[in-house]
Design a protein around this ligand. Sequence first.
Ligand SMILES: Cc1cc2nc3c(=O)[nH]c(=O)nc-3n(C[C@H](O)[C@H](O)[C@H](O)COP(=O)(O)OP(=O)(O)OC[C@H]3O[C@@H](n4cnc5c(N)ncnc54)[C@H](O)[C@@H]3O)c2cc1C
Length: 416
Amino acid sequence: MAGLSAAWLLSRKGFRVTVFEKGANPGLAAHSRDFSNFATNFEGQIIGDVPSRMFNASLWPAVTKLYQDAGVDFAPVDHQQTFLNTAKDVRLKIGLPYDTVAILKNTFNPITRKLLSDLRAFQKIGLDALQDGSAEAITFGEFLKTAVPKRSSSDFLNDFLLPALTSTVFTCPTIDLLRYPCDVVLDSLDKVSNGGQRLMRTVNGSQDAAKRLLFDVDRFLCGTNVESISLRDESVLVHANGDSHEFDQLIVATQANHASDLVASELPEAAALLAKFRYVDVPVVVHTDSSTMPNDKGDWGTFNFRSSESGASSCTVWMNRFHDRWPAAEDVFHTIFPNRKIDSAAVVSSANMQRPVVDSNTKSLHADLEMLHLKNRRIWFAGSYATGGVPLLESAVQSSHSVVRHITSQLAKATT
Ligand SMILES: Cc1cc2nc3c(=O)[nH]c(=O)nc-3n(C[C@H](O)[C@H](O)[C@H](O)COP(=O)(O)OP(=O)(O)OC[C@H]3O[C@@H](n4cnc5c(N)ncnc54)[C@H](O)[C@@H]3O)c2cc1C
């Protein structure tokens, strides 16, 4: 997303842009899959994104604007969530945002009622902490220990709050979520689940979005692995697939850990800084095993969370529901952080993705990156890791705006 959005912004300003992508498709679309073999009596392709990506105008203003400018259609996601405990009992079926919630299941069950009253209390305390500034200097783990009322049930934390956070917006193990700066967690929670606008999905999938963002780009070279770069006095050389390409400016829009390897010999200071951004593995399995879902199909939500005694909670996305009017006849799912065995015969594909995690050190890494950008003249770094907040499509787009500002202001200075 960072690379595509930088390419879009620069080509609209009249720059001649070349995009290198090591995968077969533009980055954003790399995880679009064809599910046509799950349909009967349907001609044509059935594209589904894995993982399914969401955004709203509250937490993702730059993504929303980018998609509007590029003519990418988007529509509300059916955001029903079902929460299961370790024994696979349905604790709650609920829709977003949680404040105007339609509670669909178990309203008379005392455990569900307790979860809801704990949720209300948590929302109030979270909002107060954001407003009075007390969330600024502590981690989310410290906040849970000190500020959350002792009367909150462990069910609320273990079967609801932590699963909802670790396997959606943050996609990271609980231990890493607890190290996040508290204000970052509470702010995003507020913008997604409390007062935020409706969550959206692209109507025609990531492939279409990527195609539109590349519309004015001079050259898009897919299947082109950039192996190294070299800095000259007046240019940058990109070495890929045995060829060298010369440019005035280069934006490295890969993960920070990959960018670090790419610039290790030319920019050792930048490489050392980039290596400090932390990543965690996020396993994602695409499958047709409905044992990952609630026992009763009437309880299925679009997003189905299941807590675990140890480790991360899983989230199983019902793809037929996520993609409105998806013509696949068979139910297809993808599970993020699978915590129960998935029938191997039902597995369509599996992948290990990576996601940056934020902690109390990340802010100073962003300040150092900004210093580096002020010193460097030709090589820039963009990606979801590179700006504040949760690493999402939004921070990727925000970082591309920042890099484009650096490039244009530098060129403006050079011409005056
Ligand atoms: C399970 C999961 C669910 C998520 N859900 C959401 C969501 O709902 N909403 C949301 O906003 N975000 C979501 N995210 C996060 C979002 O996907 C990322 O923040 C975003 O993709 C990061 O974009 P990026 O441009 O920084 O980097 P990347 O997506 O990592 O792009 C880097 C690109 O560089 C290419 N590349 C790397 N090395 C080279 C090389 N040497 N030569 C050429 N090309 C190279 C890669 O192939 C890739 O295409 C989710 C993430 C995960 C793991």
